[in-house]
Design a protein around this ligand. Structure first.
Ligand SMILES: O=C(O)CCC(=O)C(=O)O
Ligand SMILES: [Fe+2]
Length: 295
């Protein structure tokens, strides 16, 4: 490889960080200007992962009929194989472990540095690829999944700053055979939905990891779940984090019991968007000054 090719191809495999040595400046730089993804290792115990996996398997076993919505499975749907990628939604209501995952202190610290201290959560779900599952269409999540229609976004929108941070917590080994997420390092720098001419599958690397590994990636990087050619399931918790001013993709508080919302910790309240007042019925708000440096 010549010097120019080396300099434009970011380092791979992914950089690995632990909670004890969490260098948020380095992580933010890697997400924006480097590969677009990093691994956080050792955040969860084997027991925590096993508990989350049991719930995800039970819930998704119950959805063999494909009653729940899924994404980037257009080809699979046509081929009658859509039930080989199963989502489990509304995880916060399905076990306390998922609140611990969503608001893990290391993830909170990274996202505060990446998306601003008052960032929120737009979605938390599991993605299970069953043996034989065909994988997904290459796509981006910026800030959601719909950048295939760029004209619906503002003029000159670009990825120089993040409108999305994605977290994947591996509940099974992520290997080339099981369908570890594929991505093209560095593609987050030019905001574009990948198309057929981009040679995604020739250029992609994989987010390989062990059970419990946590990938943090910038959703503007081209990526997709890959076919599961193994005999075992490949599941992950997939969480979307957003700056406070982006309307969340899921209406999370509406899906949760009122009691859950009432008892939520300060971090979970922040993630649910309950700390940020807007939109507000300002005509009904108490009089007086409410915003500005001196407030
Ligand atoms: O499960 C995966 O490997 C990736 C899922 C994904 O990118 C998505 O659903 O947006
Ligand atoms: Fe995605």
């Amino acid at each position: 490889m010549n010097a120019i090719a080396t300099s434009i191809r970011p380092a791979f495999p992914l950089r690995v960080f632990t909670e004890a040595a969490l260098d948020t400046d380095a992580i933010v730089a890697e997400l924006l200007e480097g590969a677009g993804a990093v691994i956080l290792r050792g955040l969860f115990t084997p027991a925590e992962i096993a508990e989350a996996r049991r719930i995800v398997m039970d819930e998704s076993d119950a959805d063999a009929g494909g009653a729940k919505v899924t994404h980037f499975q257009g080809d699979a749907e046509k081929a009658g194989r859509i039930n080989l990628q199963r989502r489990v939604w509304n995880l916060l209501a399905k076990g306390e472990i998922f609140s611990r995952m969503a608001a893990h202190p290391a993830i909170m610290k990274v996202m505060r540095a990446f998306l601003g201290t008052e960032f929120i959560m737009g979605s938390i779900a599991a993605n299970r690829i069953l043996p034989g599952g065909p994988g997904q269409e290459p796509h981006i999540d910026y800030p959601y999944w719909d950048y295939h229609s760029p004209e619906t976004h503002p003029a000159r929108i670009n990825s120089s700053f993040p409108l999305n941070g994605q977290v994947t917590i591996m509940l099974d080994p992520f290997t080339a055979e099981t369908g570890a997420t594929a991505f093209v390092p560095g593609t987050q720098r030019e905001l574009r939905y990948p198309d057929e001419g981009d040679g995604f599958f020739d250029r992609c690397e994989r987010m390989l990891g062990e059970v419990g590994d946590t990938v943090v990636f910038f959703g503007a990087v081209w990526h997709c779940a890959m076919p599961n050619r193994s005999q075992v399931d490949r599941s992950a918790i997939i969480t979307q984090y957003l700056p406070k001013f982006v309307k969340p993709m899921e209406n999370l508080p509406a899906a949760l019991p009122a009691e859950f919302v009432k008892r939520a910790s300060p971090d979970i309240r922040q993630l649910l968007g309950l700390n940020y007042p807007y939109p507000e019925v300002l005509d009904a708000a108490r009089g007086g000054n409410k915003e500005g440096r001196g407030y």
